[in-house]
Design a protein around this ligand. Structure first.
Ligand SMILES: [Zn+2]
Length: 457
């Protein structure tokens, strides 16, 4: 069995259920497991003895949209693409990725998917959960071939054709979701547990306003039959709150999900920025998780503070959503935005934020073998290079990581005992070729007349 030994000036371990930072330790990997954490140098087939490394459990990014992000990047900042300052979800992201997915060949879609996975890995994540249009099954191919731990979350919609008119008002249309459930089941049959078990699926009804009661109930029943997580966008905007209230007897989006039996420990509710304090108390009581993605909202002047959810007692994890998949950068944003929102320096501290993307994230998806460095755990690691001038000298590695670190400091990403990123580069493919193939495919989407109209109409 191949063995790998990695030296860390700091190793983030656990003792009595809490984080413990070890100084000058080795982590020994045997095959797909962590075999030991030792003071003395173990013998191994491959040894990484680099100075100034911080060895962390593999970081988990449980909400990202790397396909649509690659398509939309730099088109939607500074208010571009918004109508009446409404969300770009219905003006740009959903309509264009739908058209793009239909227009491109499987090879072109695969090229974009590879770029996305490359970006996620280089952002420091070993495990990701990616909700995406079910017309882009190539996300699974890219994830399997590139070696990341991947929970694919193909969308289900009752109204797959939701799009905003010239006034920014969303018009909902589409089928009842049965076709999406059939597709989801086919993808589950094909992909679940592929890649030596690294590939899994999550149930992913798109959002409360695009999924009706029957579809949401069916999603929950199927997910619970399979014992897999459920994730959906919840209270993303005030417009969504108004839509759900008018459709469903004044209920808030969280109350709507609770009415349907979805508000439970297996639910990862994404964003919740328009949730009331009462909604958050309800979510805490039900054991649901908030997936907090602060930076994508900061882009549009909206505060999504990690500390607000955590202070209501809701289990909260951090993901990057469809924008800039630098997980260290996102933790930094979570820290800063929480401090500004609460006018306090002590909220959303570094250990809490690191916990959210390691042990807490692992608990949410019921994978106690992930998110921890301990003998017997799965050999997923993120190794950060702390030798950069902005990180030396350093007295607290966790604070350094969250307040000063970013994706350019990622040294290694190891999944299932296999080194995928080394010295900051993906070592199983040509990064330059991957970027140019994806760029060519994305260019085709932006040649579409409706892509131009999204910004001028
Ligand atoms: Zn999202």
């Amino acid at each position: 069995m191949s063995t790998i030994a990695i030296f860390g000036n700091y190793v983030l371990s656990r003792r009595d259920g809490a984080q413990e930072v070890l100084r000058d330790h080795w982590v020994l990997l045997e095959g797909r497991r962590i075999a030991a954490v030792t003071r003395d140098r173990p013998s191994a087939t491959e040894v990484f003895d680099r100075p100034g490394r911080f060895v962390l459990p593999g970081l988990m990014n449980l909400h990202n949209h790397c396909f649509s992000e690659a398509v939309a990047r730099t088109h939607t900042e500074d208010g571009n693409g918004r109508r009446n300052n409404q969300s770009i979800v219905y003006t740009v992201l959903l309509p264009l990725t739908k058209r793009g997915a239909d227009l491109l060949s499987p090879q072109e879609r695969l090229a974009i998917a590879r770029l996305g996975i490359l970006q996620l890995l280089k952002g420091g994540a070993t495990t990701v959960m990616e909700p995406f249009r079910n017309t882009i099954p190539e996300m699974f191919d890219a994830a399997e071939e590139m070696g990341i731990r991947f929970f694919g979350a193909p969308y289900l919609f009752s109204t797959s054709d939701a799009k905003a008119g010239p006034d920014g008002v969303v018009h909902y249309a589409g089928d009842d979701g049965q076709a999406d459930m059939d597709t989801w089941n086919a993808l589950y049959q094909r992909w679940n547990r592929r890649g030596d078990g690294r590939i899994g699926l999550a149930m992913s009804p798109h959002a409360t306003d695009t999924c009706g009661p029957d579809l949401l109930r069916a999603c929950a029943a199927r997910a619970r039959e399979l014992d897999i997580p459920i994730t959906t966008h919840l209270a993303q905007s005030q417009a969504e709150v108004a839509t759900i209230g008018s459709r469903h007897g004044g209920r808030t989006p969280a109350e709507y999900l609770d009415w349907l039996g979805l508000l439970a420990p297996d639910l990862m509710a994404v964003h919740c920025i328009a949730s009331t304090d009462g909604d958050l108390k309800l979510m805490a009581a039900r054991g649901a998780t908030v997936l907090n993605c602060p930076r994508v909202f900061a882009r549009s002047g909206v505060t999504a503070a990690f500390s607000r959810f955590a202070e209501h007692g809701v289990r909260t994890v951090v993901g990057t959503d469809g924008y800039n998949m630098d997980l260290l950068g996102e933790l930094n944003a979570a820290s800063m935005i929480s401090k500004i929102a609460s006018a306090r320096a002590d909220v959303a501290n570094a250990p809490d934020l690191i916990e959210s993307v390691t042990a807490t994230a692992a608990a949410v998806i019921k994978r106690p073998d992930l998110g921890t460095i301990a003998p017997g755990a799965t050999a997923d690691l993120t190794v950060v290079d702390l030798t950069h001038p902005h990180l030396q000298p350093l007295f607290d590695p966790r604070r350094g990581l969250v307040t000063l670190g970013n994706r350019a400091n990622i040294d290694q990403v190891i999944v299932d005992g296999r080194v995928l990123i080394d010295a900051g580069r993906y070592i199983h493919g040509d990064e330059t070729a991957m970027v140019s193939a994806a760029s060519a495919a994305i260019g085709k989407i932006w040649d579409l007349p409706e892509a131009q109209a999204a910004f001028n109409g």
